[in-house]
Write a protein that binds this ligand. Structure first.
Ligand SMILES: Cc1cc2nc3c(=O)[nH]c(=O)nc-3n(C[C@H](O)[C@H](O)[C@H](O)COP(=O)(O)OP(=O)(O)OC[C@H]3O[C@@H](n4cnc5c(N)ncnc54)[C@H](O)[C@@H]3O)c2cc1C
Length: 366
């Protein structure tokens, strides 16, 4: 069981703002400061780096508890927290010293533009950012990141880049205050509209060695992946719990739906325990597919939970003035399958592994 991590102030702010955060960008600039004020981003960041310490699962629980109220705010927390995790993992002290204090103070937003890298790893598309040598040990970075969340200026964003210096990609951190970084207007999203989600154009952005989070980007991404994916699982855990709680409050339908509600709850607890155990043992670094399966299963529980909320509520769920939270959660749930790596990408990876492990088909005898 997770302990309560939200401050009363953050809980009440999220409850008041949840609809607006999903439907418009009015409170977009307040989301990160509210999360920072409550210290949500410091949870499970090692004390040696200025965080509050704790178990890795605490950071997932923090995202889950925010997602119980608002997936928009939870995704902002995910972006910021995932970037902080890159700085905890990097061997580059200069990068950590340059950005981590400001991220922990909330003076800077952390963002992760790695969906292109995830698709590159699955050989689905080429990298869209390139870094060319510039001066003695600098780099000039150009390209586009079409989707990035938490771009509340000033921000720093992680991107995987191709470089002629080596065959493998690097992972760089790009600071929005550098010349040549251009943030687009917010994307016209179906939901999660206060998430500061936009595109970034990079035109000959000059960076030094402090920006190199990893020269060997592939091994860095593999090491970062367990926390990156586990933090995402927090969004599903929280959203599903909120829907199940709403489904439980519907009264008469409880007799009909009770067994399914209980089963979904048991699944959530068991999947959270799998995440906790995998992070403690470190097994997800070598066995990434185990975590892929957890994310796929959680996505299915989210769908089931939202359906249970709908079926328990009946027609009232269609009345915005009666049950506005259902409509919001329905839209929020549509985000779960497309978070990088998307369910399609995860399933594609599992299919490839299954095909590689299958015995070669027997040849027909002539
Ligand atoms: C609100 C919002 C915020 C976002 N924020 C960020 C962010 O902060 N950072 C970031 O990096 N990205 C972000 N994204 C981008 C998001 O993560 C991408 O939508 C995600 O990577 C899915 O990629 P895709 O859209 O190409 O769809 P995919 O799910 O990859 O699928 C699209 C197509 O590709 C095909 N396909 C996919 N995988 C395979 C496969 N293995 N084999 C064969 N065919 C395949 C599918 O059939 C499908 O036709 C955000 C998106 C949204 C909606």
């Amino acid at each position: 069981m997770s302990r309560a991590l939200l401050t009363p102030g953050l809980q009440s702010w999220l409850q008041t703002q949840a609809q607006s955060l999903n439907a418009n960008a009015d409170a977009a600039q307040e989301v990160l400061p509210q999360l920072v004020l409550a210290g949500m981003h410091r949870i499970a960041v090692p004390q040696a780096f200025g965080g509050d310490g704790g178990e890795a699962i605490d950071a997932i629980d923090a995202i889950a508890q925010v997602a119980e109220h608002s997936v928009t705010a939870a995704f902002v927390l995910w972006s910021h927290r995932a970037f902080i995790d890159y700085l905890c993992l990097t061997d580059n002290n200069a990068a950590r010293e340059l950005w981590l204090p400001d991220l922990l103070q909330g003076r800077l937003a952390g963002a992760t533009g790695l969906s292109n890298a995830m698709k590159f790893l699955s050989q689905l598309e080429p990298l869209q950012v390139e870094a060319r040598p510039d001066g003695d040990d600098g780099l000039s970075v150009s390209g586009k990141l079409p989707w990035v969340t938490n771009l509340r200026p000033p921000f720093v964003v992680a991107a995987a880049v191709q470089t002629p210096l080596q065959p493998a990609p690097m992972v760089l951190a790009i600071d929005s205050r550098l010349a040549g970084v251009q943030r687009s207007a917010d994307l016209d999203l179906l939901a999660l509209r206060a998430s500061n989600t936009a595109a970034i154009d990079l035109a000959g952005v000059k960076v030094g060695q402090e920006a190199v989070l990893a020269r060997d980007g592939l091994s860095f991404l593999k090491r970062a992946r367990p926390m990156f994916l586990s933090l995402q699982c927090g969004m599903s855990l929280g959203l599903a719990r909120a829907s199940l709680q709403a489904a439980e409050q519907v009264g008469a339908a409880r007799n009909v739906l009770g067994a399914r509600i209980a089963q979904a709850r048991t699944q959530l607890d068991s999947l959270r325990e799998t995440i906790r155990e995998g992070l403690v043992s470190g097994r997800f670094v070598a066995d990434a597919p185990a975590l892929f399966r957890v994310r796929l299963q959680l996505a299915a529980v989210v769908q089931e939970s939202v359906q249970l909320e709908l079926q328990g509520s009946g027609g009232r769920a269609y009345l915005r003035d009666h049950l506005p939270d259902f409509g919001r959660r329905l839209q929020e749930s549509a985000f779960i399958p497309v978070v990088t790596p998307s369910l399609t990408q995860l399933q594609g990876e599992l299919n490839k592994l299954a095909a590689a492990a299958a015995p070669a088909p027997e040849r027909a005898l002539p």
